[in-house]
Design a protein around this ligand. Structure first.
Ligand code: BGC
Length: 435
């Protein structure tokens, strides 16, 4: 166990259980490897009123435990947060541009909102943080959802139009670009095994359907984020390709998408079944990354696949507050698998622990990083690690009752207090310089 993964004499160590070795993170990862934190607009900004999620949070009988409301006011407090992240020693910040702010009405773009995100990106870079910019982290404008969301035949061109405008505006301030966050999340939920993507609700689709039917704008065509029918992979792959094109026409930076990469493992005797689950939920999506500069890997857990398909964690297995098994090897396993299918360099774009017990966060992350370092030592090409997430956040259906945050935020005063894990992660990054 790597409970002693603290910064020792300025030298961050991630000691752990992999072969009894004691690795120094600084030495274990290649030059240029970055350590940072990931965030998403809707979960921290607050007041994202023109989005589909906001609408679903406000329907009568909503499936969301809370409304996002002011979230943690990152929309106004980002200067403080950027300074804090850099002050902790982090080297990168992942944030998303909220499409519904930038294009609140179809075809009408807000210069002021685009400037907002440009200022945020520029401030990160001035503070020495690489920017990892997500163009869509699930939420879409309400008008887009009302027109059928991703199922609308014009969805791809609408997304491309927005990405093109946003990329042109942020050009020069982007170090890494992510087109879509976890487009495979509904598929991961569909193959089973319980809550995914922050959902404490087992059946994601049914829950969203329920919420959608209650919105005043609900017609047969209302399809908010994550609610799907039809060929998801085909549609998202096309949206991704067109977004890559748009970004690359303005930005000279690596572009990819980030995928939910659950580490599916077969119960002995059920290898074929596990392969089928893996193919549907992960492999087919990773194949799309073959034409990209990198693949974003997001891993939180493993899932065993047995006679009844995807299983819940065994009784007594260590789990986090969302009931996800804490299995430190899952990150390295997922990264290895993603690299083997996509044949592209990997960036860990999310990994974290849902808990208020910060020593658990620190301990589990330390062990996971040690396994990742061992995989890198064996030749796996990983370019960076972004911990989910910087601040206490709106955890989708579970609202504010749970957290993945490195930094505690008082929801009434918005006061930020870094938890020990934040200083520890900053320590992991210490000593690295921008290549
Ligand atoms: C999502 C985040 C979410 C996290 C934890 C990821 O799938 O990208 O938005 O908060 O999982 O549930």
């Amino acid at each position: 166990m790597s409970t002693d993964a603290e910064v020792a004499g300025g030298r961050p160590e991630v000691a752990g259980d992999a072969g009894g070795s004691s690795l120094t993170v600084r030495d274990a990862f290649p030059p240029g490897f970055f350590v940072g934190a990931a965030t998403a607009g809707h979960q921290i900004e607050g007041g994202n009123v023109a989005s589909d999620s906001w609408a679903l949070e406000h329907v009568p009988d909503t499936v969301f435990r809370h409304r996002s409301g002011d979230a943690v006011d990152f929309y106004n407090r980002w200067p403080e947060d950027v300074a804090m992240a850099a002050g902790l020693g982090l080297q990168a910040l992942r944030f998303s541009v909220e499409w519904s702010r930038v294009e609140p009405v179809p075809g009408e773009f807000s210069r002021a909102q685009l400037d907002h995100y440009r200022r945020l990106a520029a401030a990160c870079r001035d503070a020495g943080l690489r920017t990892v910019v997500t163009f869509n982290h699930w939420t879409t404008p309400l008008w887009f959802a009302a027109e059928g969301g991703w199922t609308n035949p014009h969805a791809v061109e609408r997304f491309q139009r927005y990405v093109n405008v946003a990329a042109a505006h942020l050009a020069g301030e982007i170090d890494w670009a992510i087109t879509l966050n976890e487009p495979n999340v509904a598929t991961v939920a569909a193959v089973g095994g319980g809550g995914v993507g922050g959902s404490a609700v087992g059946d994601l689709g049914r829950a969203l359907e329920h919420a959608s039917r209650r919105h005043p704008a609900a017609t047969g065509s209302f399809k908010p984020m994550m609610l799907w029918e039809g060929d998801q992979l085909g549609r998202y792959a096309e949206a991704h390709r067109r977004a890559v094109e748009a970004i690359k026409s303005h930005v000279d930076a690596p572009v990819g998408w980030s995928l939910a990469c659950v580490d599916y493992q077969a119960v002995p005797g059920f290898e074929d079944r596990a392969a089928a689950v893996r193919d549907q939920a992960v492999t087919a999506w990773l194949e799309v990354s073959r034409d990209d500069d990198f693949v974003g890997v997001q891993n939180y857990t493993r899932r065993l696949v047995g006679a009844d398909g995807v299983e819940r964690p065994a009784p007594g297995a260590p789990v986090d507050d969302l009931g996800w098994e804490l299995y430190p090897q899952s990150l390295a396993n997922a990264a290895r698998y993603a690299a083997s299918v996509s044949r592209r360099p990997v960036v860990i774009t999310e990994h974290g622990v849902c808990t208020f017990d910060d020593s658990l966060r620190l301990q589990h992350t330390g062990r996971a990083l040690e396994h990742l370092a061992a995989a890198v030592a064996e030749g796996l090409d990983v370019r960076g690690y972004l911990h989910w997430t910087l601040l206490d956040e709106f955890e989708w259906f579970s609202g504010y009752d749970v957290t993945f945050g490195l930094v505690e935020v008082d929801r009434h005063t918005f006061e930020r207090k870094p938890r020990p894990s934040a200083a520890w992660l900053g320590g992991v990054a210490v000593g690295r310089t921008r290549p």
